[in-house]
Write a new protein. Structure first.
Length: 169
């Protein structure tokens, strides 16, 4: 949030929006994961593949990032090199230079999975034609978050399974 506020305070030529969750979310240990300062670029590698050469890229924009981290850890433990990308702002990411965008989403890694609890709309530009998009494709429901995530298939195990599917495993 601090990093997002820094960006908003400098953004004086148009509106800014923060979409927050009321759910309890984990706090990432920044000695293990990349610094939150990457928010300023719209997307950044939060957790890279152990070798630095991912087989698959998992992407989320907000609270979904923790599911990507959990799925990435499971994939890495299974010998599948997973990169987790936190992508809180498509607009800021699109303003970055080609070399930065390539460093986050290398073109040669076509196995990609995005996770979005709101709408799947728009993610295809980052997942590409071979990727999978996990998210809401219908109107929501009312229940505890854990129940809703299970009902709509927005879970770390489903993310890992989607990653294996796009890899043909």
């Amino acid at each position: 949030m601090v990093e997002a506020y820094k960006i908003i305070l400098e953004h004086t030529h148009g509106p800014s929006t923060l979409v927050l969750t009321r759910q309890a979310m984990p706090t990432f240990d920044r000695t293990k994961y990349a610094p939150a300062a990457g928010v300023a670029k719209g997307a950044y590698v939060l957790a890279d593949a152990p070798s630095g050469k991912p087989d698959v890229i998992l992407m989320g924009s907000g609270s979904e990032v923790s599911l990507c981290v959990e799925a990435g850890e499971k994939l890495n433990a299974a010998g599948i090199e997973a990169r987790v990308v936190s992508m809180p702002s498509w607009e800021l990411f699109e303003r970055q230079g080609a070399s930065y965008k390539e460093s986050v989403l290398p073109a040669n890694v076509t196995a990609r999975v995005s996770v979005e609890m709101a709408s799947t709309f728009g993610w295809e530009r980052y997942t590409g034609p071979k990727g999978k998009i996990i998210g809401m494709r219908s109107f929501g429901a009312s229940a505890p978050l854990k129940d809703l995530l299970k009902k709509f298939g927005i879970e770390a195990d489903k993310v890992a399974a989607a990653a294996k599917e796009v890899l043909g495993k």
